[in-house]
Write a protein that binds this ligand. Structure first.
Ligand SMILES: [Zn+2]
Length: 58
């Protein structure tokens, strides 16, 4: 369940809490944010375009 771990930006402690750090009350950040890939979006766009042009049988 690594992806729900949050990390305190103040002391660096990992926690499952969502609001604030249990030890220092600091702000929590997600250490591994969902990856945003412009490349994938681009490839998807290309795919849709090819489909629209009939280059890929649907
Ligand atoms: Zn902290």
């Amino acid at each position: 369940m690594q992806w729900i771990l949050r990390r305190c930006s103040a002391c660096g402690r990992y926690t499952l809490r969502k609001d604030r750090c249990p030890s220092c009350g600091g702000k929590l950040v997600v250490p591994h944010p969902p990856r945003f890939s412009p490349d994938n979006r681009y490839l998807r766009y290309r795919y849709e375009l090819k489909k629209k042009l009939g280059m890929i049988p649907s």
